[in-house]
Design a protein around this ligand. Structure first.
Ligand SMILES: Cc1cc2nc3c(=O)[nH]c(=O)nc-3n(C[C@H](O)[C@H](O)[C@H](O)COP(=O)(O)OP(=O)(O)OC[C@H]3O[C@@H](n4cnc5c(N)ncnc54)[C@H](O)[C@@H]3O)c2cc1C
Length: 441
């Protein structure tokens, strides 16, 4: 496997102090061993791979899931738990230019459908994920962003068929969201969850439906043998006519070679506080459990967890070394204290980072890999893969089964182009971050 970032990023260092680690136990699963035959072999045991596995297994397919590490080891077990609208970084104008107005709208509706799909999946299976409902709230970090909310709220209300509301600055306190903000907009779609609990229960449900999940089973090569694909792990050869690549930000340039240059892993970083007392919450004026984020391009995202702890996240560093990992911890702490000054004394014992995945088109992909008959992929959620990863897995499963039950937008069927600069493509992040910083002023 050829990775494009430092080894540190693919090890346990970045996730060692992840708050979610201690919230749910997972049984260790055996590595794949010997000769294995399957109808579908899935690479990656995160939301995408497991959602596909569950849907296919329930339909009677013989499914094998392989993960280099363990269930939820990637971004799925260490994210912010925002099950919200999103998946593309492309603007509406870019989407319209790409596919025209109708298909652009269809994609935006798929982002909404992804949240409802995930909510239904959780409810149907009775997963206990510590869900917190109330939708998502965008907080304006500038006056002009607040002014734009009024038109935006109207068009989002029409698009999603819900009541999107604008909260004036003077009312933020009443809503339990005091801070350096110029007003807010609430979209009543989405909910918070414990991502580790969700991904582990997704795995158990897929196993109950018949899927076999193997851990410590990194796929090192894929080649076509007759009508089948042959996947090699350290101790097994898996033959299957269909393969799903569900490796997102943890993808490599070689599994399969088609992925080379088509994904850009960038880090997201999170800290979590110790439990805050009711007095501390009151002092800062933050008591809402809504999913919240600011209007910056390089945004901050935050939410109050069920036990009174506060989760605060933002982008990661420009490099993926252990030194940068440590440096980002100070930066995130600084931003947390600036935004929530009354909590400057509050300890944040948990800090971790992980890979999100960008695509050159700035849109997610869920479909067949061109010129690789029987091979599919789902990736590129731009930091919003709780709902969109779950949905993409289901979309890929449906395409394998020839089913069209879910909305499959044209945008997500366009295979991502390659980024320039090959394996050095993370260099593109530097000018992008400078430009975003400038725009965010
Ligand atoms: C810190 C952080 C915060 C985030 N917050 C949010 C949020 O609040 N809301 C939201 O919607 N999204 C969030 N995201 C993004 C979201 O977590 C991801 O988009 C989503 O988890 C992607 O799921 P996935 O299954 O596609 O990939 P992953 O969960 O990353 O899984 C990929 C798996 O592939 C495995 N793998 C890779 N190569 C191989 C191989 N060759 N063989 C076998 N296995 C392999 C890896 O071990 C890994 O387990 C966040 C991400 C991070 C890192």
């Amino acid at each position: 496997m050829t990775h494009i970032c430092d080894d540190f990023a693919y090890g346990n260092g970045p996730r060692a102090a992840c708050f979610w680690n201690g919230t749910a136990n997972s049984p260790a699963r055996m590595p794949a061993n010997g000769q294995i035959h399957a109808d579908v072999a899935i690479i990656g045991a995160g939301f995408t791979g497991l959602s596909a596995a569950l849907r296919l297994s329930k339909a009677g397919y013989k499914v094998v899931v392989l993960d280099s590490r363990s269930v939820g080891w990637g971004a799925s077990g260490r994210n912010g738990g925002f099950c919200c609208i999103g998946g593309a970084k492309a603007s509406d104008t870019q989407l319209r230019r790409m596919v025209g107005p109708q298909a652009a709208r269809d994609y935006r509706l798929a982002e909404r459908d992804a949240v409802y799909f995930t909510q239904d999946l959780i409810a149907q299976h009775g997963f206990d994920v510590d869900a917190q409902f109330g939708g998502e709230t965008v907080l304006a970090h500038r006056q002009k962003d607040y002014e734009a909310f009024h038109d935006e709220a109207q068009s989002l209300s029409e698009l999603y068929d819900v009541d999107v509301s604008v909260i004036p600055p003077d009312d933020l306190g009443k809503h339990g969201m005091s801070g350096p903000f110029y007003g807010a907009m609430n979209i009543p779609i989405g909910f918070g969850l414990n991502p580790r609990k969700y991904v582990l229960q997704l795995a158990t449900a897929a196993e109950s439906a018949g899927a076999r999940i193997f851990e410590s089973s990194g796929v090192r090569s894929i080649e076509k043998v007759g009508h089948n694909w042959k996947l090699c792990t350290p101790n097994a050869q898996i033959e299957s006519p269909k393969v799903v690549v569900a490796t997102n930000g943890y993808s490599s340039e070689t599994v399969p070679k088609w992925m080379a240059g088509r994904y850009l892993p960038t880090q997201s970083s999170v800290i979590v506080t110790r439990p805050l007392s009711p007095e501390e919450l009151a002092e800062q004026g933050w008591s809402t459990h809504q999913l919240a984020y600011d209007t910056r391009n390089l945004l901050h995202y935050f939410r109050l967890l069920p036990n009174g702890r506060f989760l605060f996240g933002m982008r990661g560093g420009l490099s993926t070394t252990s030194k940068t990992h440590d440096a980002v911890q100070s930066l995130i702490r600084q931003d947390f204290e600036t935004m929530f000054p009354k909590w400057a004394h509050v300890e944040t014992p948990w800090y971790w980072t992980g890979f999100v995945c960008l695509s050159r088109n700035l849109t997610p992909f869920a479909g067949p890999i061109p010129e690789h008959a029987g091979m599919y992929a789902g990736f590129g959620y731009h930091g919003n893969g709780v709902a969109m990863g779950s949905y993409s897995g289901a979309l890929v499963a449906d395409q394998i089964m020839g089913d069209t039950g879910l909305r499959l937008p044209k945008v997500m069927q366009i295979p991502p182009r390659k980024f320039p600069f090959g394996q050095k493509r993370r260099a593109l992040m530097y000018p992008a971050y400078v430009a975003y910083n400038f725009k965010d002023r």
